[in-house]
Design a protein around this ligand. Structure first.
Ligand code: CA
Length: 429
């Protein structure tokens, strides 16, 4: 299924050194307008505000996931494992390449405010009237539907799904290494080559040879550290919050039929909830940033101020809160309102928690455990063998934080309600 390229193509890549394209269909998918658009969407959203190197795109990550999947499949084929369904190669590679194609600009913030869903857009892009759809259909008329099923985890052969979404999948293996590389930190690194050597197809799953346990431990530790050091970094969260507040304010104003000086068509469709495929493809990060730039001159002071804060990185500061909500948080809100600083747009309580590895819970497909294959051909869930995995799965680290504009509140420092001066670190002011 699918013709090979006459001559192999390569992309130079800082994480995998080279990315090899051997199939005409993969090459054609990369050259579609829908895939090329991923060059204009950053992999880590607003993280570049915290780690200035984090400018890498979803294009590079998608190629990376494809390359990891290609290496896994090629290892399975070289070893002639009968449990790997060889006929699924093109389906698996196309799904790996396209798994993020539905992402829009700053997905986290936009999805929360407007309820758009990147998986839904992925299906629309794969199944709709698009260049991607035409390339897939040319290989096999059933390929678009199968790709969308693999990405939405409903495809019948679970081994193909687990290659792209499981607790040890091509997606995570690429993004941990790539995000670590581009943020410039040392945390996310682990021995990819070693993991690729010790995984096997086994009874419809991808499992790990027991001797590879330590490499997997290292990978799970990398994930744990990347979450707390990079993905949940308070400055990144702050920039996401400010961006979300901008969208919320724009949404509010639009509903009030506010007379925007500047309102580009695709953005208006987003506010109206009438996004078409073409609108969606037009909305990239440059489009959003250009809109924010124009909105710094809008007549609404809140919208203009928030856009200025986002573009010029005058973000909200944060303070850590107790783990349970307390009445003094409501007091702060009321006080802010009285001071003319609207807490709906200038205050946010954020709660974070993430598990680096989900212990298996019966019936939950999402958290399929990582299984080790021992010398007697028996499967053991990894935390039964590994004390490290056991202990990191039990960390229920969570943190509540309040975000606020310290420049606006500081002018009223002596009037802050009880306890907040100490919390904001202003006792000495
Ligand atoms: Ca991904």
């Amino acid at each position: 299924m699918g013709a090979p390229l006459h001559e192999e193509k390569v992309f130079k890549d800082p994480v995998h050194k080279y990315i090899y394209v051997q199939d005409q269909a993969i090459w054609d998918l990369i050259n579609t307008r829908e895939f090329q658009r991923l060059r204009r969407i950053r992999q880590l959203g607003t993280s570049f505000m915290t780690f200035h190197g984090a400018e890498h795109s979803r294009f590079s990550h998608s190629l990376g996931v494809y390359e990891v999947a290609r290496k896994i499949i090629s290892q399975f084929e070289r070893n002639d494992y009968s449990e790997w369904p060889r006929e699924e190669r093109i389906l698996a590679l196309s799904s790996a390449l396209l798994h993020d194609i539905g992402h829009g600009p700053f997905s986290h913030s936009i999805e929360r405010v407007f309820g758009t869903d990147h998986e839904e857009w992925t299906c629309k892009l794969v199944l709709g009237d698009t260049e991607v759809n035409r390339v897939l259909r040319e290989v096999d008329p059933s390929l678009p539907k199968n790709v969308s099923d693999v990405i939405c985890k409903s495809y019948g052969k679970s081994i193909v799904v687990s290659l792209i979404s499981s607790q040890l999948d091509a997606d995570r293996m690429d993004y941990l290494l790539r995000d670590a590389y581009f943020t410039g930190v040392n945390y996310g690194t682990f021995d990819l080559e070693r993991i690729l050597r010790v995984i096997r197809p086994h009874k419809g799953r991808i499992v790990v040879k027991e001797s590879g346990m330590h490499a997997v431990e290292d990978y799970l530790m990398a994930r744990y550290q990347m979450y707390w050091q990079i993905y949940f970094h308070p400055v990144t969260r702050s920039s996401e919050i400010v961006l979300r507040k901008i969208f919320e304010r724009a949404n509010f104003l639009y509903k009030q039929t506010f007379d925007f000086r500047f309102m580009p068509a695709a953005f208006e469709s987003l506010l109206k909830g009438t996004l078409t495929l073409d609108d969606y493809l037009e909305l990239d990060e440059s489009y959003v940033q250009m809109t924010l730039m124009q909105w710094t001159r809008e007549r609404d002071p809140i919208l203009a101020d928030l856009c200025d804060r986002f573009l010029n990185r005058k973000l909200f500061k944060y303070a850590t809160l107790d783990s349970e909500p307390s009445p003094c948080e409501e007091e702060l809100r009321t006080w802010m309102k009285a001071k003319g600083v609207d807490p709906d747009y200038y205050m946010e309580i954020d709660f974070l928690s993430a598990l680096p590895y989900d212990l298996y819970r019966a019936g939950e497909k999402e958290s399929l455990p990582i299984l080790l294959l021992d010398g007697k051909d028996e499967l053991v869930e990894i935390s039964r063998k590994s004390e490290i995995v056991r202990s990191i799965s039990e960390i229920h680290q969570g943190e509540r934080r309040v975000y606020y504009p310290d420049d606006l509140l500081k002018q009223f420092v002596t009037e802050l309600p009880d306890g907040w001066r100490a919390r904001f670190g202003w006792d000495e002011v």
